[in-house]
Design a protein around this ligand. Structure first.
Ligand code: ZN
Length: 201
């Protein structure tokens, strides 16, 4: 399986990192070894600025190559929350040099994934999600604010990359990203339901 991630899909987040708002989806990938379904995230040795990015995650249910926007949602088999962990210090250096982001984004355990629940089409326009860090609400997002909706992301990605059963799409983070340290606890809520818990160890 592979993990497709979308960058800058919420205007407020693009602005907080001083990035331009993209005209087409910004895509990068993480390998299967990045997936972490456990409740513990080991702080990587190579960064001093590990950031959380809470994202709505789509699970693909069947082979898609390529699919139209109209058909796209029928390829989704589940939905949940994940954290796109990012070594922000390394990413900044990659960006300065115009290098790829993999070292900053695709390292082991960089894709936390919580519980997957049944997908409903209404979530594309009507879903609230938020992240608590040690009891404080640090991120709040609504899927209606996505620059590119689920259908567009699936269809667009499938023009380049065949999607297969159990592939995951991390659909981008809203504003409020920030750093974590060892001992921190993150909890992600999906329409007020706790679907994700991660402790930094
Ligand atoms: Zn992200």
């Amino acid at each position: 399986m592979k993990i497709i991630c979308i960058g800058r899909n919420y205007i407020d987040h693009a602005k907080e990192l001083n990035n331009p708002v993209p005209k087409s989806p910004l895509i990068f990938m993480k390998p299967s070894t990045a997936l972490n379904k456990s409740k513990e995230m080991p702080y990587p040795s190579f960064t001093d600025n590990l950031h959380y990015e809470l994202e709505v995650v789509l699970r693909i249910g069947k082979h898609a190559s390529p699919v139209s926007k109209e058909d796209a949602l029928s390829y989704v088999s589940g939905i949940g929350l994940g954290i796109d962990f990012t070594a922000r210090d390394i990413q900044s250096r990659c960006k300065e040099k115009g290098h790829p982001w993999e070292k900053a984004k695709a390292f082991d355990n960089s894709a936390s994934l919580g519980s997957i629940v049944e997908f409903k089409r209404e979530y594309e326009k009507d879903l609230e999600f938020h992240l608590m860090l040690n009891g404080d609400k640090v991120q709040l997002g609504y899927t209606k604010d996505m620059i590119f909706d689920f259908s567009t992301l699936i269809s667009y990605s499938s023009q380049y990359f065949t999607l297969e059963e159990n592939d995951l799409i991390y659909t981008g983070t809203p504003a409020g990203v920030g750093s974590v340290k060892k001992g921190d606890k993150l909890i992600g809520y999906f329409n007020e339901k706790n679907l994700l818990e991660v402790s930094i160890i």
